[in-house]
Write a protein that binds this ligand. Structure first.
Ligand SMILES: [Zn+2]
Ligand SMILES: [Zn+2]
Length: 270
């Protein structure tokens, strides 16, 4: 079993450090542990849910220390990032370049709307906002920096009903993923932790079933991750997610060479 999406205490809403996740991952027989805490940003924007820029080196050292202590476990150095044009060079040159991160993942937790930033978790409450989220997610995907897109269907948390707008948003996200060769994440944390009550009944907020039923019609591949925010949840929803992905008939992505392929391509561009 593998998990490519894991947080640490530095984001202020997760527990434990890399070493705690590594210990738990080994205990549960995982072969790959990808660390992807909410990225540090040079201007410390949205600091309440991410590590401070001053903690970046400490995070890297924590990963390297765990790699040394658990040589049998493949521990990857990654970050979960909100993309914005002004951060593009930082992600590319500093994280992937200078600090040699193995990979970055896209997590679109905020989107621009009428001059302000709104939360993709709680403020996708109408069709207009869903359209802005969708367009911004696709622009972020097009940056070419990311190994995969975390929870692309996160909109299911505050856009409550499946309707023609969610169909249009999903179609656009899935077409873009197909065109860009972008891997999409089937999120295990959502599967076990995000149950909501809606006018259409009680459901899992994300992974939102109809989104993934549509995904079958596109030439895309998926990765199942725990998006773990606690060491004991290091494999949250991964086995169950794998089952669902199989039932749906989705194709699993090949991430075997993640720590070599993606950064090498990007590093050649520097
Ligand atoms: Zn988080
Ligand atoms: Zn995450």
């Amino acid at each position: 079993m593998r998990n490519y999406h894991t947080h640490t205490f530095r984001c202020k809403h997760a527990d434990g450090d890399v070493i705690d996740y590594a210990r738990e991952a080994q205990k549960r027989g995982l072969s790959v542990l990808g660390m992807t805490d909410h990225t540090a940003l040079p201007d410390d924007k949205w600091l309440g849910m991410r590590m401070a820029y001053s903690e970046l080196v400490d995070y890297i050292e924590a990963i390297e220390q765990a790699q040394a202590e658990f040589p049998d476990l493949e521990i990857l150095k990654g970050m979960e990032c909100e993309w914005m044009p002004e951060y593009h060079a930082y992600f590319r040159d500093e994280l992937l370049g200078e600090h040699e991160f193995d990979y970055l993942i896209l997590g679109c937790h905020f989107f621009p709307y009428k001059g302000e930033w709104l939360s993709s978790h709680y403020q996708l409450t109408d069709a207009d906002r869903l359209r802005s989220y969708t367009d911004f997610l696709i622009t972020s995907m097009e940056s070419g920096l990311f190994a995969f897109t975390a929870h692309p269907d996160l909109f299911g948390l505050s856009y409550l009903c499946w309707d023609e707008n969610t169909v249009a948003a999903s179609r656009d996200i899935l077409s873009a993923a197909e065109e860009l060769g972008m891997i999409l994440e089937f999120n295990g944390y959502g599967l076990s932790k995000r149950i909501i009550d809606t006018p259409q009944g009680v459901r899992v907020a994300y992974p939102w079933q109809p989104f993934w039923e549509m995904a079958v019609d596109y030439d895309i591949s998926v990765v199942v991750n725990s998006d773990s925010h606690s060491p004991e949840g290091v494999a949250f929803g991964v086995a169950e997610g794998m089952e669902k992905v199989k039932e749906l008939g989705l194709k699993l992505a090949d991430l075997d060479h993640l720590n070599r392929s993606i950064p090498v391509i990007l590093k050649n561009e520097l």
